[in-house]
Design a protein around this ligand. Structure first.
Ligand code: ATP
Length: 787
């Protein structure tokens, strides 16, 4: 449904006058989106200011509108697939200081001993402090807090997308069971940065995602239908044929981009949807529609957790359940509509005409001072209060306790905070690396703690979480069903997508122009030199062969350095969603490079081959062509490997320059007398083998003449006594060089006549080709798995 059609439908609804602000009891009675006994909740109430008396009196009133028509974006989640997400006692730590990155940064040994663990802990900064809560099917849980309060960290921990260097504690469960790879696949996760292929259109982005992610039980038509439904639901029909765009090429707007990211996740109709700031950058009306869509989706039995940065008053009113974070601590957790009520009971009154969201964010930022307390003391006080309160009611948080209860909690909280300040608490500081469970026995060994534990369990059962836990996870699918598309289809889809993604790069005019110009220039400089069978011309031809090889090798290698660093984030995102097998992606990516790897160099090789008159036989031409292409592929593999290992093109470029320079120097053309102690380097230089093959192709079985001009021999300063001749066979100055002597005469490292050399060179190059690519694959697997 488009934004317009949504508002049209909302506009047709019945309306109720809202004369006074809602009291606490009225707020408690307000419908929320929670799915109760399978009945669709009332939702989408919108408050509007309209003129009274047709505008004649100039007065306005506030009305609440409710839709008459129910709108279903996607089919509701089946009862057995609904998921209650619980995060219990979640803490997180990040490195306090930047550690130097680079090649070997990931190779540190893990800490085993207690001392090493303590040392490691000292280097960490805690960013989440024992946060607990849940989101049941039908609920939208909003995570709010000032910038840096830990919203994204918590969300990424829940979605199992946190970076490897973030140490985590606590448990995340889905219907009481730990997350599995399969669950991760059916969880939608919308990241803060919209990671989309910039050169694809909106339709293409969603189409490829649908083909890869939707189950194979659906036909292609059904998958395309799903794409259309999602496009319609998010109101992005207008721009469906526009490219996503980026820094250099403008495409769709920021808001549309955000909606495409949401659509990407909606395609799979997820039971759990996690969104990181879906409304940031949107105007308040669009943000409101976005939240309405989320509520509608939740109403279909989904559990939705979303971070929200700075909601407008209207948007805040439409929120359901709220977790307010302050520097990693839960400051408030419960019904969003009761947050002001909660803080009021704590003694912090919402100032007149101030947006509740702004007020609570000020509290969380430590910007509200009260009587003798400054902002920071206020914040600390509220943290102590909420910790105490939530340790008794972690499931749904604040649900409107009576003032007396809360006052009691507050008193306890103050006592508790004193204990903490006196340093007697052993409550939360448990550093356990990948702790699976934090048990209640870790809580203070006081009677109130065990009561809290008992209360918490009872509360779980009362509020229905216990029932969800008992349900467990839906039955696992067969291995074949794990992937949306079978292997060969994954390959085909990823191949086509990779070609389209590079639609502005591949075969671009600049590329072709570059090859043509360099080819023409080279052809002119070496004009017909290759056709002369003299030693003097051969010296030039050797230079041409080496240049041909270097130009294509360098180009392939330096372009490849950027391939995986550029695609790494996207690969991580898509692999985390279980879109495809890594090998399917890898082979598709390699195969999609081939047309480019063949087509453009073909222009260059053909131009120089005929302009410089290299050996004019079909066998020699094709052998030269395939040798250069093979060497290009080996160099590309080497570039891919360096890029993948470093994941930083700058580092990779530095290493590549040094290595390739060394490979070039030992390649057999520049230096003839390399000392033995370092000369072995040539055997690991792919350039050495490629050059050997080109020499063989050009000179094997060919008679080369040594032509000496007597006038030159009399010049004691002449560099060479060799001269060129157009017809050396009939030139009296020229003598044929025996085939066996060619190697030493041309100063080569390999004999151009030896067939065994040719076969060995070709075999070694093929081995390098396979070796580099295997290492690239292993490195990618390791890097994507350890995150
Ligand atoms: N991978 C990480 N490495 C180092 N520090 C991190 C990492 N992830 C989060 N942090 C730190 O953790 C704290 C919480 O960050 P987080 O991104 O969760 O905050 P946030 O509430 O989502 O902020 P914002 O609203 O600005 O996105 C910040 O101080 C941040 O610097």
């Amino acid at each position: 449904m488009t934004s317009n059609s949504l508002s049209d439908e909302l506009g047709n609804g019945t309306s109720t006058e809202l004369a006074q602000p809602l009291t606490t009891s009225q707020k408690l009675l307000r419908p929320c989106t929670s799915w109760v006994n399978g009945e669709r909740p009332e939702s989408f109430r919108v408050e509007k200011i309209v003129p009274t008396d047709n505008g004649n009196s100039g007065e306005h009133k506030v009305i609440i509108e409710e839709p008459k028509v129910e709108v279903d974006l996607l089919e509701p989640i089946l009862e057995e697939n609904r998921m209650c997400v619980e995060y219990r006692h979640v803490s997180a730590y990040v490195p306090a200081k930047v550690t130097p990155g680079g090649f070997f940064s990931g190779l540190q040994l893990p800490a085993f001993t207690a001392k090493a663990k303590a040392k490691e802990k000292d280097k960490l900064r805690r960013v989440l402090w024992d946060v607990s809560g849940c989101c049941k099917p039908g609920e939208v849980l909003a995570l709010m807090g000032p910038s840096g309060s830990g919203k994204t960290s918590l969300l990424s921990i829940i979605g199992d997308r946190a970076q490897s260097h973030m140490k985590r504690e606590g448990t995340i469960t889905f219907n009481g069971s730990p997350s599995t790879k399969r669950l991760k696949r059916i969880t939608g996760f919308v990241m803060q940065d919209d990671l989309l292929h910039e050169t694809l259109t909106v339709w293409e982005v969603l189409y490829y995602a649908a083909m890869l992610r939707l189950p194979r039980t659906m036909t292609k038509e059904q998958k395309m239908e799903r794409v259309s439904v999602v496009i319609k639901a998010l109101g992005i029909e207008k721009c469906k044929d526009t490219i996503i765009g980026g820094f250099f090429r403008k495409g769709i707007s920021g808001g549309e981009r955000k909606r495409v990211s949401i659509g990407h996740e909606l395609l799979i109709n997820p039971s759990v949807l996690l969104l990181d700031e879906p409304t940031s950058g949107l105007d308040s009306t669009t943000a409101m529609h976005c939240v309405e869509i989320l509520r509608e989706l939740a109403a279909g039995g989904r559990s939705i957790i979303t971070t929200i940065h700075q909601p407008s008053s209207r948007l805040y009113q439409s929120l359901d359940k709220l977790l307010l974070l302050s520097q990693g601590h839960a400051l408030y957790y419960g019904r969003a509509q009761l947050a002001d009520d909660y803080f009021e009971k704590m003694g912090y009154h919402l100032p007149y005409r101030v947006n509740v969201a702004d007020f609570i964010l000020d509290l969380a930022s430590g910007d509200v001072s009260m009587d003798d307390r400054d902002g920071e003391s206020t914040r600390q006080h509220l943290i102590s209060c909420s910790e105490r309160y939530l340790r008794r009611r972690t499931v749904d948080g604040y649900t409107g306790s009576s003032a007396e209860d809360l006052a009691g909690e507050q008193k306890e909280a103050l006592e508790y905070s004193d204990v903490k300040l006196n340093g007697n608490s052993n409550t939360y500081n448990i550093m356990a690396g990948k702790a699976e469970h934090l048990h209640m026995d870790k809580l203070p060994a006081s009677s109130s703690a065990s009561e809290a534990a008992a209360d918490s369990v009872e509360a779980d059962l009362e509020t229905g979480v216990g029932e969800w836990r008992r349900r467990g996870l839906p039955p696992a699918q067969s291995k074949a069903q794990r992937w949306g598309a079978p292997y060969h289809q994954q390959f085909a889809i990823l191949f086509t997508r990779a070609i389209r993604v590079r639609r502005f790069q591949s075969m671009s005019r600049q590329d072709i122009l570059q090859y043509v110009i360099v080819g023409l220039l080279t052809g002119c400089f070496w004009w017909q030199r290759g056709g002369h069978d003299t030693l003097a011309a051969s010296a030039d031809t050797l230079g041409l062969l080496f240049f041909e090889l270097m130009f294509l090798t360098f180009r392939s290698m330096f372009t490849a350095l950027f391939t995986f660093p550029d695609e790494y984030k996207m690969l991580l995102k898509e692999r985390a969603s279980g879109m495809y097998r890594l090998s399917a992606f890898f082979f598709a990516r390699m195969a999609s490079d081939l047309p480019m790897d063949f087509a453009v160099p073909t222009i260059f090789i053909t131009l120089i081959y005929f302009m410089a008159h290299l050996r004019y036989t079909a066998a020699a031409f094709f052998s030269n062509f395939f040798t250069v292409i093979l060497l290009g592929l080996v160099a590309q593999g080497f570039g891919l490997l360096l890029g993948t290992l470093a994941m930083n093109p700058k580092t990779a470029q530095t290493i590549a320059s040094i290595v390739v320079l060394a490979f070039t120097l030992v390649g057999g053309y520049f230096v003839r007398g390399i000392p033995d102690w370092i000369g072995w380097l040539r055997y690991i230089s792919f350039i050495y083998y490629g050059f050997g093959m080109l020499l063989h192709i050009e000179y094997q079985g060919r008679t080369i003449y040594s032509c000496i001009d007597s006038s030159h021999t009399q010049n004691q300063f002449a560099m060479s006594v060799q001269v060129d001749s157009a017809d050396p066979a009939h030139d009296p100055r020229c003598t044929p060089i025996p085939q066996d002597a060619l190697k030493s005469t041309l100063g080569l490292q390999q004999s151009p006549n030896s067939m065994s050399w040719m076969a060995i060179d070709a075999a070694v190059l093929i081995a390098w080709l396979v070796f580099y690519r295997t290492l690239v694959y292993i490195s990618l697997r390791y890097k994507t798995a350890r995150r």
